[in-house]
Design a protein around this ligand. Structure first.
Ligand SMILES: Nc1ncnc2c1ncn2[C@@H]1O[C@H](COP(=O)(O)OP(=O)(O)OP(=O)(O)O)[C@@H](O)[C@H]1O
Ligand SMILES: [Mg+2]
Length: 251
């Protein structure tokens, strides 16, 4: 067995008396797409926040490439190569597309301008456009402000930003929400390309045909517990739905 790219063991998370995650373990390997599914409130976004360093789990461990790691902040996880698109993705509407792509990692010009903290605006516009194009996202001019984009275009920028920066793991929490059929199809293509690049992808969605199409393995959460973790080929739509709702009992 190869060492998993990213692994969580026995992660629990309590919010006061609410047990959002109860002893959750999962592994993801390089070049693998995991579907993480479950009903509203099952704990998916809570797990994402633990994986991405946004929240500290109450207990449990995380291993990146076999090494025990813990994240004090999302920045720690980003530095380690883990990119996350949160369910309510945070783009800054008043900033340009390229400023959003580079948010928190702005390029500064070398020399005196750089020392004074000026940003290499042209370079970022150009690079942002190239990065988005490389992951298959056609956005209008990257110097346009995000507030001038449609909801779907904003979502595309958020996805492109995450995929472009990820070096190891990318976590997408409901990335196809609010997207039309064609754009949702494009997101699925982006996921397939990220897999080909050798990234580990965690894809969260309530759209089960998308999950069945694009994933290698599916992990089902119910009331904070993993109730199924099996190759996608062992599910069909009916079995997956039954496992999510609890109509089909699993071991
Ligand atoms: N900040 C919080 N404070 C208190 N309880 C929370 C908090 N965040 C989530 N919860 C609770 O934890 C449980 C899991 O929520 P979570 O957001 O992880 O669900 P989810 O699977 O992502 O659902 P959805 O499909 O609706 O996005 C729910 O019972 C929720 O009410
Ligand atoms: Mg959620």
């Amino acid at each position: 067995m190869t060492i998993p790219l990213y692994e969580v063991r026995n992660i629990s998370k309590k919010y006061g008396s609410v047990v959002a995650l109860d002893n959750v373990s999962l592994q993801i390997h390089a070049g693998e797409v995991i579907g993480l599914v479950g009903d509203n409130g099952a704990g998916k976004s809570t797990l994402v926040k633990a994986l991405s360093g946004a929240h500290q789990p109450t207990s449990g461990e995380m291993y990146l490439e076999g090494e025990l790691r813990s994240w004090k902040s999302p920045h720690d996880a980003l530095e380690a190569g883990i990119e996350t698109l949160y369910q309510d993705s945070g783009l800054a509407p008043d900033l340009s597309v390229s400023a959003n792509v580079f948010l928190g990692r702005e390029i500064t010009s070398p020399g005196i301008l750089g020392k004074m903290g000026f940003l290499a605006q042209k370079k970022m516009d150009h690079q942002a456009h190239a990065d988005l194009e490389a992951v298959g996202i056609a956005v209008p001019a990257s110097n346009r402000s995000v507030s001038q984009l449609s909801g779907g275009q904003r979502q595309a920028v958020a996805i492109g930003r995450a995929v472009a920066w990820a070096s190891k793991v990318i976590i997408l929490d409901e990335p196809t929400n609010h997207l039309g059929a064609r754009q949702a199809g494009e997101v699925l293509q982006i996921i397939k390309r990220a897999k080909q690049r050798g990234l580990g992808v965690i894809f969260i969605s309530h759209t089960l045909p998308h999950v069945l199409e694009v994933t290698d393995r599916i992990v089902v959460l119910r009331l904070g517990k993993v109730v199924a973790d099996a190759p996608t080929s062992t599910f069909d739509a009916e079995k997956l739905l039954g496992t999510i709702t609890g109509l089909i009992e699993t071991a």
